[in-house]
Design a protein around this ligand. Sequence first.
Ligand code: NAD
Length: 497
Amino acid sequence: MDEYTSFINGEFKKGKQKREVINPSDGEVLTSVFLACQKEIKEAVVSARQAFDQGPWPGFSLAHRKAILLKISEKILENAKELAQLESLNTGKPIKETTFMDIPSAAETFKYFADNLEEFLKTEKVNINTQTAQAKAILPREPRGVTSLIVPWNYPFLIASWKLAQSLAAGNTVVLKPSVLTPLTALELAKLSYEAGLPKGVLNVVLAEGQAAGEVICTDQDVDLISFTGSNPVGKKIIQYSSENVKKMIMELGGKSANLVLEDADFDLAVNGTLCSIFLNQGQMCTAASRILVHQSLYDNFKQKLKELAGKIKIGKALDFQTQMGPLISEAQRNKVETAIKRASQEGLEIIAGGRAPEGKEFGGGFFFQPTLIEVTERESFLFQEEIFGPVASLTSFSSQAEAVELANDSQFGLAACVWTKDKEKGEKIAGEISAGTVWINTYGMFFNQLPFGGFKKSGFGKELGKAGFLEYTRLKNIITDQTQGAKPLVNYWYGF
Ligand code: NAD
């Protein structure tokens, strides 16, 4: 496989420092990347700044911008098979997931924002008529300028595509920083975008360790917006960096989402949905519903069924189409999960299912871990409060609707939640009481380009997707013209001359 380098000002730039990229399915070296030094990171910002201030991109007609975004979408679909394979090799995601979810969804996102950018960017007109003055105002939506998009390793292609599609559709230029663990498909995306006609310098991809790149990019006065998806501790650092030059921020951080199974839930649907809500992508989802709360009347049966089905999930290498659960992203991530399990055992928590790496030759040097369920009765337990970011869920019973809501809200995070009930009205009422940015009823993890996604509390602020998410990548200007006739507004004639 080719060695990968940063992409700056329309060219692949080979840095000096090399870093190996590991295939999590076997622990072998997949390829190497050359990391950008501080000077090259700055060049990427300068390139995006020049492309915004002097380049054609923000000035292109909306129809022209739309045509390029549609072309990017088409190119993703034309290359979908290769992209899915590369993403699976690099992340350990089962190929079925990258083939049917990540890659086609990313193409769909570019198409959605291409199709809607003209509508979303329409200038609002307001007529003002008070007793003392009349005015008309126009409220144009402008691009923000240079946007820095920092993405995590769990959905590298999809999250990069969400951010990129919105930012480009709004007319911005971009410095994209993928995780050094999973940088490969972001570079392929840059290549496809240029083939689709994106002008030079509009998209720059920087390969660098987070700490090294973070401060340079996030303090730079040439960067106008930072859109970050990642962990809470890194999010806090970025908020500090960006305060230096006061930047617009979109922060999508961690989560500890609750899954409420009510007394009247459709049992089969709730069990199947619950498995997906925590074990998909090896539990490495910001939205992972890692706190399963079940009404006491169903609790024992539900626990039994979950345990039985969790044990049947087929663990295997990412490129095997039969694989339902791949490896975790890295040895370090698996160690983190193992440490959490040890701590749970030391605290006397009962491990109902899984709890260790699967054994067998077929797992070789890969970073696999079994789907794990742990019974938790005390909400103060670290397992109920802290994000593990692996295939580990706590299981807790409740006796009333009020208790279920109270347990769900007992978290520093507020990213997502779900409710399983046959009573849709009750479901909506409970959803209204839960402090989370997205609440699903009788499903989990349905994302639509049309709908905004983003967390409350320590899960961050700002939205991605939907019109609300798109508008975050724009700035709103207010242009006012005085229309007063037959009177002298005080703001003009205060001095009375
Ligand atoms: P991370 O915070 O370690 O890294 C995210 C990105 O930030 C990477 O590109 C990394 O290189 C970069 N980074 C690291 N240190 C930095 C610094 N000092 N300055 C600037 N950038 C820096 O997160 P991760 O381990 O890649 O991903 C897992 C985390 O992401 C979990 O907490 C998960 O909940 C969260 N996440 C949230 C969402 C969401 O939409 N809310 C989605 C996916 C993942």
